[in-house]
Ligand binder design. Structure first.
Ligand SMILES: NC(=O)c1ccc[n+]([C@@H]2O[C@H](COP(=O)([O-])OP(=O)(O)OC[C@H]3O[C@@H](n4cnc5c(N)ncnc54)[C@H](O)[C@@H]3O)[C@@H](O)[C@H]2O)c1
Length: 259
C-alpha cells in the first residue's frame, strides 16, 4: 500500500534520499523546504516519476507558512497518508559560549517547526486513517538525542525533545490509528555535516562515534527505515525511536582499542 506523503527538508540529505526511495516505491510525494533552489533541483532530477513529485516552499519556523501549506495540501489532496519531518539545522558550540540566536534557531527549526508540521498535518492523517488507509508520522531525531556529545549540546537537547514529542504524540494519536515513530541516525553523509568533515576544517564538529561497520551512514540507509515505518509491516510499531547507527552506540570501544 502506498499513498500521499509530505516530507519537510525534502530538498537535501536524508529528506532528499527519502523522496527518492518513496517515489521509487510508488508513493506520491510532496517535498517541503525553505530552499527553493533545492526544490527546483528535485523537480528536475525526479521529473520522470510520472508527476508523483510535488514541491512546496515552506518555512517550518513560521506558523503561517506551515498552516498555509497544509491547508493547501488538504484542499488539493483531501488527506495525507504520511508525514516525515526531516527539516533540521545543526549548530555547533559549547553551551557556555553559544549565541542566543543560534540556540533559538536550532529549537525553532528542530522542535517547534517539527511540532507545527505534525499539528497541521494531523487532521489530514486522521482523515486517511478513518478511510482505512495508512496514516504514519516519522520524525528525524538523532543518536545525539539519546547519547549526547560535547560541542553540540543545544542540538542534542532538540533531539531529546523530538524523542519526547514522538512518544507523547504516538499515544495521543493511537486511538485514531495514526502511528508516530522516530529514527535516530548517527552521522549521515549529507550537506549538514559534510563541510565539517573536510580535511583541514577546524570546526568543532565530531562524528557520533565510529561504527563497527567501518563507514558512516548514507541517506539511503535512513530512507530504508523510513520506508519500513511507512509500510504495512510496521502496523504495530508506534512510539518507538529506532537507532540507525551501524552499532556505533551498542558497546563502548575504548580509544585505541581494536575491534
Ligand atoms: N546528517 C546527519 O549526520 C544527521 C544525523 C542524525 C540526525 N540528522 C537529522 O536528520 C534531518 C535531516 O538532516 P540532513 O543531514 O539531511 O540535513 P540537510 O542539511 O542535508 O537537510 C536539511 C534540510 O532542511 C531544510 N530546512 C532547514 N531549515 C528549514 C526551515 N526553516 N523550513 C523548511 N526546511 C528547512 C534545509 O533547507 C535542508 O534542505 C535533520 O533533522 C537532522 O538533524 C542528521
Amino acid at each position: 500500500m502506498t499513498g500521499l506523503l509530505a516530507i519537510t527538508g525534502g530538498a537535501s540529505g536524508i529528506g532528499r534520499g527519502t523522496v527518492k526511495r518513496l517515489l521509487d516505491d510508488g508513493w506520491t510525494v510532496i517535498a517541503l523546504d525553505v530552499a527553493e533552489t533545492g526544490l527546483a533541483d528535485l523537480r528536475k532530477t525526479f521529473a520522470a516519476h510520472g508527476g508523483r513529485l510535488h514541491t512546496r516552499t515552506c518555512d517550518v519556523t513560521s506558523p503561517e507558512s506551515v498552516a498555509g501549506t497544509f491547508a493547501e495540501i488538504g484542499r488539493t489532496f483531501g488527506h495525507l497518508n504520511g508525514l516525515v519531518c526531516s527539516a533540521g539545522v545543526l549548530k555547533i558550540g559549547r553551551l557556555e559560549s553559544m549565541a542566543v540566536e543560534d540556540f533559538d534557531q536550532v529549537f525553532s527549526v528542530n522542535v517547534r517547526g517539527l511540532w507545527l508540521c505534525a499539528r497541521e498535518a494531523m487532521p489530514l492523517l486522521k482523515m486517511a486513517a478513518a478511510e482505512g488507509e495508512l496514516a504514519r508520522v516519522v520524525f528525524l531525531a538523532s543518536i545525539a538525542g539519546l547519547r549526547h556529545k560535547i560541542d553540540s549540546g543545544a542540538y542534542a537537547a532538540t533531539k531529546a525533545a523530538v524523542i519526547a514529542l514522538t512518544k507523547v504524540l504516538a499515544v495521543e494519536s493511537a486511538p485514531f490509528n495514526v502511528l508516530v515513530n522516530a529514527i535516530a541516525p548517527a552521522t549521515v553523509d549529507t550537506p549538514m555535516v559534510r563541510p565539517h568533515m573536510q580535511p583541514g576544517n577546524n570546526s568543532n564538529y565530531r562524528t557520533s562515534g565510529t561504527s563497527p561497520l567501518g563507514r558512516i551512514a548514507a541517506p539511503e540507509d535512513i530512507a530504508a527505515v523510513v520506508r519500513f515505518l511507512m509500510s504495512e509491516d510496521a502496523a504495530y510499531v508506534t512510539g518507538t525511536v529506532i537507532p540507525v547507527d551501524g552499532g556505533t552506540t551498542a558497546a563502548f570501544v575504548p580509544p585505541g582499542a581494536k575491534i
